[in-house]
Design a protein around this ligand. Structure first.
Ligand code: AOF
Ligand code: ZN
Length: 376
């Protein structure tokens, strides 16, 4: 049930709740949109709608009930009023305003409070990795998407230009875009492919028009062309250009005139500038960032240890000759996402992130490999 809110509740968490009496579910609810009823109150309202009485019943909920007044009143008040006698919680809530307060208040009022063990607790934490990372660090959860051929060549800008992966993979990428708060690419990718970076899921995939993510270009010297598709489609979704300190003033002005917003990432190194950018994005409630290429953006994020998850499509194609002829940015062409000039070779050799866990599944004729690097 919590899953039903995916793509609709950010920056809030996905939450589901069930009220159970004598082994029978008498009320079910989930957090359906930002600002709307919390899952607990939705489940209690469902009880009432079905004519059930929650007094003395147990509530199972995927996230600890809140105790603060936000866009919605505290859930613990609703649970106490309804006379719920036991609450089973799958995951803690790491946000400062909430953490631990709800369970403490419930226990004090005589309600039995139990926390689930793994693997249920783990699954519930997995559901809300962006929310959890943002609550704990103030920065967005970064997912790197890659599409590679059998011989390990990187394909360019999946989702827009013709690429090597199949239609199913492409559709999935559009769904992921709609589920992300923001999408980022490096300027090299924009110059090579002129992508739109909007979410265009299959009609039928979503009941309503998809939320459009904020579109971000890492563009140290403000080189984004004012004629780019990105800046021609500002009516669909805004464009944020992240530059190094003191970009060329004329180019920066031209971008502002064209309707882009500019943000300065401070710091002397790639890693410092990435962290500066992530902190500023987190400050404006971007909880999830979807990295769509190209190689130098991916390398810079990896070197800054700023990748939380990767999703790699392996297409059943050998690409070597095609890639060397095309010579696109994704296949190793020059890119300047974060550097003022060519990026300096890192002192300690290439960044190497080791995944905590991986999983793989077929998607059409492609293979999708998901790797998680951090757990929040
Ligand atoms: C939700 N939905 O089902 C639960 C939440 O200020 P608000 O009302 O938007 O509350 C947001 C916080 O409430 C959220 O960050 C989380 O800590 C807590 N629980 N939030 O949006 C829910 N149970
Ligand atoms: Zn709540």
């Amino acid at each position: 049930m919590a899953e039903r809110g995916r793509g609709r509740v950010s920056p809030n968490p996905l939450v589901g709740a069930v009220v159970v009496r004598d082994g029978v579910a008498i009320g079910e609810g989930w957090h359906a949109e930002v600002g709307g009823l919390h899952a607990e109150r939705a489940a209690l309202a469902d009880c009432e709608g079905r004519g059930g009485d929650p007094a003395g019943a147990t509530m199972y909920v995927t996230l600890e009930p809140c105790a603060h007044q936000g866009r919605q009143p505290p859930c613990v008040d609703a649970l106490l009023e309804a006379g719920i006698s036991r609450v089973v919680i799958a995951a803690d809530d790491p946000s400062e305003k909430t953490a631990g307060r709800g369970p403490a208040i419930l226990r004090e009022a005589g309600v039995a409070v139990d926390f689930a063990d793994d693997p249920e607790a783990g699954a519930a934490r997995l559901l809300n990795q962006p929310f959890r990372k943002h609550a704990r660090t103030g920065r967005p959860f970064a997912t790197l998407k890659l599409a590679i051929s059998l011989d390990g060549q990187i394909a360019t800008t999946p989702g827009d230009s013709p690429w090597i992966s199949g239609a199913e993979s492409r559709a999935l990428v559009h769904r992921w875009r709609a589920e992300s708060d923001a999408i980022a690419v490096g300027i090299g990718t924009v110059l090579a492919d002129d992508p739109l970076l909007t979410a265009r899921p299959d009609s039928g995939d979503t009941a309503q028009t998809p939320r459009q993510p904020l579109r971000i270009v890492f563009d140290s010297q403000a080189r984004l062309p004012v004629t780019s598709q990105l800046l021609q489609t500002l009516d669909q979704s805004p464009v944020l250009v992240i530059t190094a300190p003191d970009p060329d003033p004329a180019r920066a002005d031209a971008l502002r005139q064209a309707g882009a917003e500019l943000l300065t990432a401070s710091g002397d190194t790639h890693a410092e500038r990435i962290n500066s950018a992530l902190t500023q994005l987190g400050g404006r409630e971007v909880t999830s960032l979807f990295l769509e290429g190209g190689r130098s953006l991916a390398t810079a994020f990896a070197a800054a240890d700023a990748i939380d998850e990767s999703r790699t499509f392996v297409a059943p194609t050998l690409l070597a000759t095609v890639a060397s002829r095309a010579g696109g940015a994704g296949a190793g062409g020059a890119e300047d996402a974060l550097a003022r000039s060519a990026p300096p070779a890192p002192a300690s050799g290439p960044a190497r992130l080791q995944a905590l866990s991986t999983s793989s599944e077929p998607v059409g004729d492609d293979l999708l490999i998901t790797a998680r690097f951090k757990e929040w």
